[in-house]
Design a binder for this molecule. Sequence first.
Ligand code: UDP
Ligand code: MG
Length: 337
Amino acid sequence: MAVDLRAEITLSVVIPMYNEEDALPALVSRLRPALDGIGASYEVVAVDDGSADRTASILDDFRAEWPELRVVQLRRNSGHQAALTAGLHSSFGRYVVSIDADLQDPPEKIPEMLELAQRQKLDIVYGVRSDRSTDTGFKRRTAGAYYWLMRRLVGKNVTSQAGDFRLLSRDAVEALKALPDQQQVYRLLVPWLGFPSGEVTYHRDERVAGETKYPLSKMIRLAIDSITSFSAAPLRIATWLGIISFFACLGLLVFSLVAFVSGVAVPGWTSLFVAVLFIGAVQLICAGMLGEYVGRIYTAVQQRPTYFIGSDSASAPAPAPAKAVKSEERARVSVLS
Ligand code: UDP
Ligand code: MG
């Protein structure tokens, strides 16, 4: 029986990427020397999150000359956290580092993370941003509000300023894989696991090329997923809003009765209008909150995977340097194998 070389991999570096054709050459030119220098076996798991640009073909080209590069192709865009899940689940390494493709997180810190984890026997090493001066004011403020809220909901061990640049041991990855959660928000789940952890601080750079793949809509989605996956507090807010509006209505009732008895003719339209609007708004908020949780239950019951792997270069033969195997051919091979 052949020796399983996968068991020998010390480090897997998982990189979710979506339409990152502009950032890729710079990423490879900094990541490869950093990883070649650690003196241990490694693999780079590039998860192509259904990119519509040339990300896939550029990755193929790099793979022809960089054997440690492995490309996991998702069939369609599934989102950053789902792409991370795909990468974590596919990785083989004894340690797994996740990093963004846009070089905002410096690859040169990866050896430091690995060394710290091995030396102090840590299961998790967070990359902690020393400052966010390169982010826009809007991004800083929304991120600040997000972490403030998460620390209150999830607990003090949520490291603010820690995004998705972190190292996990195989044990931590297996613990994450065993969780039944559908929409996993790793920056909250990882601290919640309670493994011994350390930190490496770094300076967050500007995106090396291209534009952010996180528009406001995706940021709001992440915030809603984060809150509803960790707390039922919003449901209690709904109850409180209901109670408050109930007492407000009682007050209005007393007021209208007094007005009626004392014979004051109330023109009435404004107060009625405001009351109707208020009650309507409260009801909609409550229904919306219930909907978020019902939605989560619905997704959990469906048990659908959050991503689909179209092809994984680890299950296809490595392309020859001179003539790279075309991605369609590789996809066919991986379907057959
Ligand atoms: N990303 C992804 N799928 C998506 C959106 C983003 O895989 O649907 C990747 C993206 O390519 C990058 C990482 O997630 O490697 C973080 O995204 P980005 O840098 O755009 O976010 P920001 O730093 O602006 O918050
Ligand atoms: Mg970025």
